[in-house]
Design a binder for this molecule. Structure first.
Ligand SMILES: Nc1ncnc2c1ncn2[C@@H]1O[C@H](COP(=O)(O)OP(=O)(O)OP(=O)(O)O)[C@@H](O)[C@H]1O
Ligand SMILES: [Mg+2]
Length: 383
């Protein structure tokens, strides 16, 4: 665990000059493993000479007694030889048996760990017999309350009511921790609501087959993950059978095509684990393209262009508006400019909906929105 964590987060460790601290942590963990395995090995090592010793002692004893019997001619040398052979065979088998018992104990511990993973129950009911087709990309939230802990006290969302038409573009703004991610996670049913209901295509999400629902709702997560493999392999991750043309088309919309072509091997360029050999903004655009390839009815972008420059950000939104007319697009953003043209903008604050409206409506009626807009305009002018 500690090894994995440190290799993954190597840049963080280095940039925070935490190497010494992490080294100490690593040493402590490896010491513990060392102690435990030497203890086990000691028992195994002790076992072997003990068994061997017993074996040779028994042969010695047999020879001694047999020698006397042969002298008094009540036993032949042939009988002695076969006796020794049988005895050593039995002792060898016993030795093997003790090895098997050691192995069994070790495997039992491993089997227990595997069993723990395999028997982990998913708390969501996948509803295998549920509906498999989704009419359209409309979304409705009706009196939705939500808590990560399934308790009334620790709620994250309070009485959310929303209606989004199929094909609309919706922006979500709100300070960090205001439950933006939490809100959209309920649409592909990553979690179930505490009370109320979330409907997609007019039907409660719990009535759909979970897999079918997630096929139609693509979500680009705030913290993105690319896998080691070529760019094309990564893109096809959501849609195995996508053609090369579809790949290029998705990358054009996500404004990724040009930088991919500029790379030495184009779409066959190898991506390192976690995408450490592409820039943050490039990684985000690849993740958007990957989501687009699924051709979903609902596309959720959770702060997915935060590392992309404003010009490219605008180009992505423009391409999505023209190429994905029937797809419902939900954009969580920090910049007002990213959601300015949306059909509705939702202002979230601490799990409550503060205001909903178009850019103009919010400018006229919502003081928080006016403030945010003015502050960001000023910043842009200074820049
Ligand atoms: N998996 C989780 N388990 C428990 N609490 C969580 C979990 N994820 C988020 N929370 C809590 O829910 C609240 C809302 O978090 P959320 O991630 O939805 O905020 P956000 O608006 O997306 O913030 P940001 O802009 O930083 O992404 C926070 O108080 C957070 O601590
Ligand atoms: Mg978030």
């Amino acid at each position: 665990m500690v090894v994995q964590e440190n290799i993954r987060g190597i840049r963080v460790v280095k940039s925070f000059v935490r190497e010494e601290h992490e080294k100490t942590k690593f040493n402590a963990v490896s010491d513990e493993i060392y102690q435990n395995s030497t203890k086990a090995e000691k028992i195994v090592a002790f076992n072997s000479p003990l068994m061997q010793g017993t074996m040779y002692l028994s042969i010695l004893a047999i020879s001694y007694i047999a020698a006397r019997l042969i002298v008094s001619s009540s036993m032949t040398t042939g009988q002695l030889m076969s006796f020794i052979t049988y005895t050593s065979q039995i002792l060898m088998s016993l030795m093997m048996l003790s090895m098997v018992i050691v192995m069994l104990t070790i495997s039992k511990a491993s089997a227990q760990r595997i069993e723990e993973v395999l028997s982990e129950q998913n708390s969501l009911d996948p509803n295998i017999d549920g509906l498999k087709t989704i009419a359209d990309g409309s979304i409705t939230f009706e009196h939705v309350d939500f808590s990560y802990f399934n308790s009334e006290e620790k709620r994250c969302l309070y009485d959310i009511n929303l209606h989004i038409e199929s094909g609309q573009t919706v922006g979500i703004l709100g300070p960090t921790g205001s439950a933006k991610t939490t809100l959209v996670q309920l649409i592909p049913r990553l979690y179930d609501v505490l009370s109320g209901s979330v409907k997609v295509g007019g039907v409660d999400v719990r009535r759909y087959n979970l897999e079918s629902l997630r096929e139609e709702v693509a979500m680009v997560l705030q913290k993105n993950i690319l896998f080691s493999g070529t760019i094309a392999e990564n893109l096809r991750w959501g849609a195995e059978h996508a053609s090369d043309e579809e790949l290029v088309q998705a990358c054009r919309i996500a404004q990724a095509d040009s930088f991919i072509r500029a790379m030495a091997n184009g779409y066959e360029t190898h991506i390192e684990q976690d995408g450490s050999n592409v820039s943050g903004g490039q990684k985000q655009r690849l993740c958007i393209a990957r989501a687009l390839l699924k051709k979903p009815k609902i596309l959720i972008l959770d702060d997915s262009t935060s590392a992309v420059d404003t010009k490219t950000d605008a180009a992505i939104r423009k391409a999505m508006a023209t190429e994905l007319k029937d797809t419902t697009k939900i954009i969580i953003a920090q910049r007002v400019a990213s959601v300015e043209d949306a059909d509705q903008i939702i202002m979230l604050d601490d799990g409550h909906i503060q205001a909903v409206g178009t850019h103009q409506q919010l400018l006229d009626s919502c003081p928080r929105y006016q403030e945010l807009y003015a502050a960001q305009l000023r910043k842009e002018e200074q820049a």
